[in-house]
Design a protein around this ligand. Structure first.
Ligand SMILES: [Zn+2]
Length: 288
């Protein structure tokens, strides 16, 4: 069953906060936790200076943070004291709701329950996000020196992880990394595209130059630049699968994985190996 899109009224927005942008991810404390570490530089999507969190390393808990609390609607938004000026909190709340609405519309289904959004203080300004989808909690850690838009950009990606859990159930927790991160990146759309019209357009220069990384590449142990490259490639690959082969088959594919990149049953669903589909994808990207 695909849940209907939520009716999100912008007038139903209460007070609260946030701040800024990009990527990376790691299993941190269990299969429902996806972490994203963003670069300290905004806008430049591929500019790095991210730090990589070692898989399995300790991280913050999804426990509510102290600070403002705004119940109501589908989102409960909590921000750390002093993270955002009081004058920005209404705008920030609106932007978070807009991000959820956008992601739900683009992804094709909305949340099945309330989502808690925690905005935490990262004094080192090492902005990063994480989704605890079984606990319906998404978090972004940032600092007052970073623009709030960067946190919203990350939240758009984290929201899609929650929407995937709500759409696919617990099978989402074992999804092929290519599809798990790819769909969250693709679903975040404009929040990650830096003005490009599509992910195909975003990765086209790499495809033309022959500099893409193999899709079935784990980000673990890779340089940050490679990790960012993989996220955008995966987002583009998801875009390709949905546009060319349709959403229904993508939904079937999504629940066949076993976490590792390339572990979904591409052959069974499309009658083609991942290698074949990857070759098709590169050609599609270049000829779009
Ligand atoms: Zn993610």
């Amino acid at each position: 069953m695909i849940p209907p899109l939520p009716h999100i009224s912008r007038t139903a927005i209460g007070p609260i906060l946030l701040a800024s942008l990009l990527i990376l991810l790691v299993w941190l404390r269990g299969p429902s936790a996806h972490s994203h570490v963003a670069p300290t530089s905004a806008i430049q999507v591929l500019a790095a200076s991210e730090h990589v969190v070692t898989p399995g390393a300790g991280t913050s808990t999804p426990a509510p943070l102290s600070g403002d609390y705004t119940p109501g609607g589908t989102l409960d938004i909590v921000s750390a004291d002093g993270l955002f000026p009081a004058g920005e909190q209404d705008a920030l709340t609106t932007e978070i709701w807009q991000a959820l609405t956008y992601a739900s519309q683009r992804f094709g289904s909305g949340p099945t329950g309330r989502i808690t959004v925690n905005l935490g203080m990262e004094l080192g300004c090492d902005i990063h996000g994480i989704a605890y989808t079984t606990e319906r909690t998404v978090q972004v850690y940032t600092c007052p020196d970073l623009p709030r838009t960067r946190a919203v950009n990350i939240l758009a990606h984290e929201f899609v992880h929650q929407l995937a859990q709500d759409r696919y159930g617990d099978r989402h927790l074992h999804a092929d990394m290519i599809l798990l991160e790819g769909v969250a990146t693709w679903g975040a759309g404009d929040y990650w595209l830096s003005g490009q019209p599509s992910f195909a357009a975003f990765v086209r220069p790499w495809a033309v130059a022959g500099s893409t990384l193999p899709l079935a590449t784990s980000y673990v142990g890779r340089p940050v630049g490679d990790m960012n490259t993989l996220y955008y490639e995966w987002g583009s690959f998801v875009e390709f699968l949905i546009n060319v082969y349709g959403r229904d088959r993508f939904d079937v594919l999504y629940i066949t994985g076993h976490s590792d990149p390339g572990s979904a049953d591409y052959q069974g669903v499309y009658g083609k190996s991942l290698d074949q589909l990857e070759a098709e994808w590169k050609n599609w990207v270049i000829t779009q």
